[in-house]
Design a protein around this ligand. Sequence first.
Ligand code: MN
Length: 243
Amino acid sequence: MKRRSFLTAAIVAALAAKSLANNCKKGKVMQYPLTPLEYPHNALEPWIDEETVGFHHDKHQATYVANLNAALDSGFKFEGSLTSLLEGLEKVPDGIRGAVRNNGGGVWNHEFYWLGLSPNKSEPSPELLLAIEKSFGSLDGLKKLLSEASVKRFGSGWGWLCVDFDGNLKICSTPNQDNPIMGETAGLEKMVPLLNIDVWEHAYYLKYKNLRAEYVKNIWNLVNWKRVSERYEAAIKDKKATL
Ligand code: MN
């Protein structure tokens, strides 16, 4: 496996394994599942309200799943993980590449988003905190920069904290449902995501209306630093192993 594929695949190994287990139905076209949330719809209150979580997961994410499956049903033989599909968009036939990019990206980004949030407080690991301080001065410095990138994203999209392939933490944002694992097919620098913030209006509008900055400010109360730290440590470990 190529170094980059290995690195990103390791980060989301659990996701990929779960997806494969759910997807491999003998004799049927592979159908990607709507992955359930780890917590109830009201678990992220008061920062993200129950109604928003319900619509966001059960309606918006479900629609990306349905549209991804419709695209994959066109005859394209997809046997890997969703991650490998998005990493290799150039191998997807022209006729469905846009649909896979938008809807496959939509599914991946939302699964990653929910897993990066938790009602339970946690802190970055010492290793991650050290990397954050090296790159951004402090945890508050990271929050400020990622909040700015997310709030300033014009229209719909995402803010991201990533590790690049030199092991540096980086902040970026993407439009629509693009993400940093897609690489150059989506015009992006390929990186390993650690945390994402959904700034589509559907992520906050029911509660915050036009106040995207308020939603972004409050989402820091929900970040699952335990998982972000695990993602970081896996990325660094595998990078070392493959250098
Ligand atoms: Mn969303």
